[in-house]
Design a protein around this ligand. Structure first.
Ligand code: VGL
Ligand code: ZN
Length: 183
């Protein structure tokens, strides 16, 4: 599709085989790599959950999650199968403020301090395609923020992993009802 780019959300080790391992993660990564190869040369943007060790979402600080995606650890790295497609200026970090949960990648920032929304605008992308982990949290929040900002949003159903099967199903239904295209 014209004016498209793929946004890969949190395909990061802690969500794949680490402290917050999600269901269907291996399949989602394999399908994402296949999608990229079939649809070359879409631009590919990466979102990375990237927490300080004292982040408010961790149980020790009263949050709901085990420690995950701590800056500088293996668990915070993008899966190696996707590394050939990673470009630093198209990589957006989120969750860096210890006091704030940030599920959406929309306000994530690259090394130069540009947000995802800003860079999509500069690239004249109108039809972002979203995949990643977890459907119910970061994928859904990112897709919804893109929709609110006026983008036409597509989510790749076979390229998602999730915390909970029922939650995944409900998130897909909610996104569809809001006008997000699922393929
Ligand atoms: C996420 C829980 C905590 C996600 C991030 O990427 O969906 N989930 N932090
Ligand atoms: Zn997180």
């Amino acid at each position: 599709m014209k004016d498209s780019a793929l946004i890969v959300v949190d395909m990061i080790y802690d969500f794949i085989d680490g402290s917050l391992a999600c269901q269907e993660a291996d399949q989602a990564i394999a399908n994402t790599v296949a999608f990229i190869k079939e649809n070359h040369p879409y631009p590919i943007l990466f979102i990375r959950d990237h927490h300080p060790a004292n982040h408010c979402s961790f149980a020790a600080q009263g949050g709901p999650w085990p420690p995950h995606c701590v800056q500088g650890t293996h668990g915070a790295d993008v899966h190696e199968a996707l590394l050939p497609f990673v470009e630093e200026d198209l990589t957006f970090y989120k969750g860096e403020d210890p006091k704030q949960e940030q599920y959406s990648g929309f306000e994530g920032k690259n090394e130069a301090g540009q947000s995802l929304g800003e860079v999509l605008g500069l690239m004249e992308i109108q039809n972002p395609i979203v995949c990643g982990i977890a459907t119910e949290y970061c994928v859904r929040n990112t897709a919804e923020d893109l929709l609110k900002a006026g983008f036409k949003v597509t989510v790749l159903k076979e390229c998602l992993a999730y915390v909970d099967a029922q939650g995944h199903k409900e998130a897909l239904e909610a996104m569809k009802a809001e006008g997000i295209r699922l393929i």
